[in-house]
Write a protein that binds this ligand. Structure first.
Ligand code: SAM
Length: 210
């Protein structure tokens, strides 16, 4: 297990992740606040009703609970992660009437095809050993008419980007170009593919045709 994955499994990180680690590192990487990322996640997934939501690599549930707050009626959000310390924090800090947490591997999802109306993965594809397999799994469990949204690393063409590539490679963080995910989404039959780049991060979303 590389340094980045070991760090994510550490109880000390789980304890500070939501309040300190994520807001600081993601602000430095993208210039965006957690509040903006949460608001735009709800918008990108078009949450407003009784939708079934799957939040892959949910960490301490810092997005899962917020996503569930946008749901009504029988809607619910499931957060899936493989780290026990992260899931323990999710249950302690981000429980709610429409939220559940599950331990699992993003590369082999324990759900039937088309189970969810919205599937997301924020800040994790660069940690997963086979990010393309994990993304294909997300698409597999997405229902017709459903929305998918990811946030991951971006190989910025700048001195800062070059440093991030070298540093990322050393600790086991993958850095993606701006074609991999839009092309994978389009090749998988998804439509309305949108991509926004903010410094070292990319935000990509799409729809599975009804
Ligand atoms: C940086 S946290 C992201 C948390 C949250 N989604 C966010 O955007 O702040 C990355 C999470 O990915 C999880 N993770 C990494 N590889 C995974 C895998 N193969 N399956 C499930 N979770 C994984 C880690 O345990 C960690 O909790």
């Amino acid at each position: 297990m590389n340094l980045a994955r070991r760090t994510m499994n550490h109880p000390a990180l789980a304890a500070v992740y939501e309040r300190a680690w994520r807001p600081t590192l993601f602000y430095l990487a993208s210039g965006r606040t957690t509040t903006s990322d949460r608001r735009d996640a709800v918008r990108a997934l078009r949450l407003d009703g009784a939708q079934r939501v799957l939040d892959i690599a949910c960490g301490p549930g810092n997005f899962t609970r917020h996503l569930s707050d946008a749901l009504t009626d029988g809607g619910y959000a499931i957060g899936l992660d493989y780290s026990e310390p992260m899931l323990a924090r999710a249950v302690a800090d981000n429980a709610g009437p429409r939220v559940g947490y599950l331990r699992g591997d993003a590369r082999v999802l324990p759900f039937a095809d088309g189970t969810f109306d919205a599937v997301c993965c924020f800040g994790a594809l660069y940690l997963i050993p086979d990010p393309i397999a994990a993304t294909r799994e997300m698409i597999r469990v997405l229902a017709p008419g459903g929305r998918i949204a990811i946030t991951t690393s971006y190989r910025a063409d700048s001195p800062f980007g070059a440093v991030s590539r070298v540093f990322g490679g050393r600790i086991g963080l993958r850095v993606f170009d701006d074609r991999t995910f839009p092309e994978l989404f389009a090749a998988s039959g998804l439509v309305d593919v949108e991509q926004d780049v903010h410094r070292l991060l990319q935000y990509v979303s799409a729809t599975r045709p009804a």
